[in-house]
Every structure is written in C-alpha cells, then in structure tokens.
Ligand binder design. Structure first.
Ligand SMILES: NC(=O)C1=CN([C@@H]2O[C@H](COP(=O)(O)OP(=O)(O)OC[C@H]3O[C@@H](n4cnc5c(N)ncnc54)[C@H](OP(=O)(O)O)[C@@H]3O)[C@@H](O)[C@H]2O)C=CC1
Ligand SMILES: O=C1O[C@H](COP(=O)(O)O)[C@@H](O)[C@H](O)[C@H]1O
Length: 510
C-alpha cells in the first residue's frame, strides 16, 4: 500500500451539499479505516459565517449523512475525528479574505505538522474555479517549493468544448496539469475499475473483444430519483451534460481503449484519450436525428404515489425542454471497433436504479441447432456497475431430454461473494488516491476535451436543430417508447419496459 504523507485538505464550499453528503462521510470512513496519515486536518472554507464548532456540529455531530453509517462502536472515533475539522469564512473581499485564509492554513500547518502538503478541494459553483486558483496562486499557495500542492475540482468541467478548454487553460495558468485532479466519481467505483482488470488480466475475454465477435455494446444508466433539489442546476445541464459527457463516456473509454503497456496513470490515460478521440463525431442532422433520442419525464404514479413531472420540479422552467432521458447510438472509428454500434442511455425516474454494460456477442455464424429468438441466442457479458456489483455471462446449454433444445444459462459473479472485501465508496477511494498523488482515476484535460468534442454537436443539434423533439415518458417507465427502436434488428435494450404514457405512439411534449 502507498504511504499517505502528512497533509491538510482545504475544502472550498464547505457549507454546501456535497461536503456534507459525500466528502465528510468519505473522510470519516478513511479515518476509521486508518487510511489517513498521522498528521491530518481538514479546513473548510466558504462565505457562511460559522465557527469551527458549528462546522463540526453540522457535518459530524448532527449530520444525517454521517449518522446513517455510524455504529455504536463509532462514538469514540466521531469526537476525535471532529477535532480534526476547522472552518474559515470567506467574505466577498478576496484580497483580505485570502490573506486571512493563507494565514490560517499556515497556522494549522505549523500546529499540526502537515508539512506544507495541501489539497485544495473546490466544491463550489464551477464559475469560481479559476478565481479560486488565481487567489491561491497570488498567495503563493500553488508553489511546491516546500511541500506539494494539489487542486481537485468537481464536475461539470465546462458546459461545452469551448468552456472546458477555457477552464483548462484558466486552471493551468496557476497550477501545472500534474497538480490538477478532475474528479469523476464513477471512476472511483470498484466495478468501473474492474473493467480494466476483466479485460487485461484475463486471456479469455480480450481475444473476443473486437468487431469479429462483438455484435453491439449496450450501456444503461438508470436512476429512480428525479432531479430532487438540484432542479436549478439540472435544468441548465440535462442528462447529456450531467451523466453522458462525464461518467458514461469514461465507461465507454474503458471498454474501447487498447491495452496500456502498464497500469501507470499516464499510460492508462493516454489510451483513454485515444479511445475518446476515435468516437465518430456526428455532424449531419439526419444522423443526429436517427441516432439520438431526447426525453423528459412527465407526471405519473409510482406504487400508488403521485410523482411530479420534470416541469413541475422546483427550479425547473415550466416550459423546459431539458432532457432527463438521453439515448445515443454511435460508432468507433478504429481497427478494433469498425462497424460495431454502441448504444448508451441514461435517465432519471426510471423503474429501477441500475448501471450496466452489456457486451452482445455475435451469434454463431452457422446454426447447428434451431433456435428461434435471436435476441436470446447471443452470448452476453453483463458487467453490473451498480447495484449488485458483479459480472454475468449468458451462454447456451442443452435442455435435458431428447433432441437439442438450447436454453440460456447464467454464470454469475457477485462482488459481495468475495470474503473480507470492504468495498470503498467512490469518494473514499478517489480522495485517498489524490492524497497519495495517484491520478490514474482522475480525468486529464485532454480526456475531458475529447469527450466534449463528441458531445458538443449533439447538444448543438438538440438545442438548435429544426426537427428535434423531446419525447415524454411517464415517471417510472423505461423512457420514451421510440427509444426501443434505436437498437437495430431483432435486438432491444436488455430491460425494455412498460411505456405508461401513450403506449400506442409517441408522446411529444414540445
Ligand atoms: N451535490 C452533488 O451531489 C454534486 C455536486 N457536484 C459539484 O460539486 C460542487 C458543489 O456542489 P454542491 O455542494 O451541490 O453545491 P452547493 O450549492 O450546495 O454548495 C456550494 C458551496 O459553495 C460555496 N460558495 C459559493 N460561493 C462561494 C465563494 N465565492 N467562495 C467560497 N465558497 C463559495 C457555498 O457556500 P457559501 O454560500 O457559504 O459561500 C457552498 O458551500 C459543484 O461544482 C457541483 O456541480 C458534482 C457532483 C454531484
Ligand atoms: O454526477 C452525478 O451522478 C449522480 C448519480 O450517481 P450514482 O453514483 O448514484 O450513480 C446523478 O444523480 C447526478 O445527477 C449526477 O450529477
């Protein structure tokens, strides 16, 4: 295991949702699991005027997010952990505020011997990232002359290719690329990382991992929740920016990439960038019309309870055309993947929470046994990212008895069946990696830009195209009805669902 140096974590946006919901619980679990260095403190910063004690009360002692994961035995840990947390408020006058912040960092560093090693975690609105980086630089807090300095930013990394490039340039004025960590929490999920191991630590999959044997690739990311309290943010973002550009294209890059020469961060990221650059960019309106589907959930009942439509959600425009469902078909222009379609969909308010990758293998080129249903005849490798993390292989077996009737059987592996395995949550894993200076699971500037280059034309078309429609789907259904037709031939999504709205045709809501 790598050694974690003594250090300080400075969280900007410490009074916000992400800090309370994800960051502090993750740091607490690292503390409890003895992964933190001996000398470690957290300094929270934001404009809210609160004391160290009030901060500790909010994010530790009275935190509903921490409470839910605490057992009786945790009480001792909780108070010693809380003692490691501090808070400094920032007003709107950056000069004096950052002077004060800089002095506080220095004082804590001297008192708690954190050896001038600092991680600045920016959990603020993204519009502040560059300004914060500049302020830190103005105070010399980016200098590695004495101790290392890392800056960690949350998605979204831009709103388009242009804004992502501007953000990258803006940050790189003040921090070197190797100091910048762009967090994509899907890369912190064990099963996403396991995509690399499944492919490159086995000799049974990789020989088949190409156009000769794979018919198509299907990726589904479904959530049961709606936009919850993030309507204001989401309405300006939509599913394509919120999930597809980041998390889902990261998964795609791990499926598409060539084997890296070793597991070094730069080698893996070089291959991921090549993979993202090989996605065929869709430019003409006909292809964009045929290969993309945009949907939005409408009011419905789930288990007897009324559920709001997207347009009724707080913070959402009553005439919004923002998509809560996005499905895209695309191709990868390289030797390995030529002509293999990829189908990727993501949505909120679906019947179940699931993220999975399905590799559909081609059916045998000569039919020895007569099987009827082609969709059930193909071998499938299903990588369950969440929940029930694991891998399922579907293959044909003979039904006992006369003749050769073939049925699908399952070879099913569940991560939970591994003994003594404590699966770290994504934020724990990623924070620990950043603390140890391992950027393998962080997105590099060129990866982010390559993903935007693919997504930009779809967004432009969805926002400005003449024939674009936003199709309705009932909250709790598997998306708009016409999304079933996106997958060609005799195939469909692995879990096609009931289409509660207008089952006979399309329900267009714009
Ligand atoms: N919440 C989530 O689930 C996810 C969030 N993210 C990203 O994480 C980041 C934070 O999100 P979230 O916590 O939800 O947002 P919130 O709106 O809940 O929190 C934003 C924080 O930024 C602080 N802030 C605002 N202006 C300033 C300023 N000028 N200087 C310092 N601090 C400031 C706010 O505190 P104050 O008003 O006291 O200054 C608050 O603490 C965003 O970039 C978001 O996109 C990414 C994935 C998921
Ligand atoms: O980044 C985001 O991810 C969550 C889904 O994360 P998961 O780990 O629960 O799958 C999504 O709800 C949110 O809209 C998005 O910003």
């Amino acid at each position: 295991m790598n050694k974690t140096a003594n250090q300080m974590l400075i969280i900007f946006g410490a009074s916000g949702d992400l800090t309370a919901r994800k960051l502090i619980p993750a740091i607490y679990n690292l503390y409890k699991g003895k992964h933190l260095p001996e000398n470690f403190v957290v300094l929270g910063a934001s404009r809210s005027s609160i004391t160290d004690g009030e901060f500790r009360k909010k994010v530790v002692h009275e935190s509903e997010f921490l409470k839910s994961s605490l057992g009786k035995e945790d009480q001792d840990f909780v108070s010693t952990f809380a003692d490691k947390l501090f808070y400094e408020d920032l007003g709107d006058d950056y000069d004096t505020d950052y002077d004060r912040l800089s002095k506080r960092i220095g004082d804590l560093n001297n008192k708690y011997h954190t050896e001038n090693n600092y991680i600045f975690y920016l959990s603020t609105p993204p519009s502040l990232y560059e300004a914060i980086a500049k302020n830190l630089s103005d105070k010399g807090l980016n200098s590695e002359a004495n101790g290392w300095k890392r800056i960690l930013i949350e998605k979204p990394f831009g709103y388009s290719l242009q804004t992502a490039q501007d953000l990258n340039k803006g940050l790189q004025k003040y921090f070197k690329e190797k100091q910048i960590y762009r967090i994509d929490h899907y890369l912190g999920k064990e099963t996403v990382q396991n995509l690399l191991v499944t492919r490159f630590a086995n000799s049974i999959f990789e020989p088949l991992w190409n156009r000769n044997y794979i018919h198509h690739v299907e990726i589904t990311n479904a959530e049961t929740v709606g936009v919850e309290k993030r309507g204001g943010y989401y309405d300006k973002s939509g599913a394509l920016r919120d999930m597809f550009q980041s998390h889902l294209l990261q998964i795609v890059s791990l499926i598409v990439m060539e084997p890296p020469i070793n597991s070094n961060a730069e080698e893996i990221r070089n291959e991921k960038v090549k993979a993202l650059k090989s996605l065929r960019i869709m430019t003409d309106e006909k292809t964009l019309f045929d290969h993309t589907i945009k949907g939005q959930y409408v009011a419905s009942e789930i288990d007897g309870e009324k559920v709001k439509g997207y347009r009724e959600e707080e913070g959402v425009d009553a005439n919004s055309k923002t998509e809560t469902f996005a499905a895209v078909k695309f191709f990868v222009d390289n030797w390995r993947w030529s002509d293999v379609p990829f189908y990727v969909r993501t949505a909120k308010r679906m019947p179940t929470k699931v993220t999975e990758v399905v590799i559909h293998f081609k059916t045998p080129h000569h039919q020895v046994f007569k099987e009827k249903d082609i969709a059930n005849k193909d071998n499938k490798l299903i990588i369950r990212i969440q929940p029930d993390e694991g891998i399922l292989i579907k293959f044909g077996v003979k039904v006992p008895g006369q003749g050769f009737k073939v049925e699908r059987a399952n070879l099913d592996f569940y991560y939970s069946s591994l003994v003594d395995t404590n699966i770290m949550q994504a934020y724990e894993r990623l924070l620990l990696d950043a603390m140890q200076g391992d950027a393998t699971l962080y997105a590099r500037a060129d990866e982010v830009e390559a993903a935007w280059a693919f997504v930009d034309p779809i967004l432009n078309y969805w926002e400005n195209g003449e024939d674009v429609k936003t199709y309705g789907y009932s909250a709790g259904a598997w998306g708009p009805k016409n999304s079933d037709g996106l997958i060609e031939g005799e195939y469909t999504w692995r879990n096609p669902g009931p289409h509660l709205v207008d089952d006979s045709g399309f329900c267009v809501i714009c």
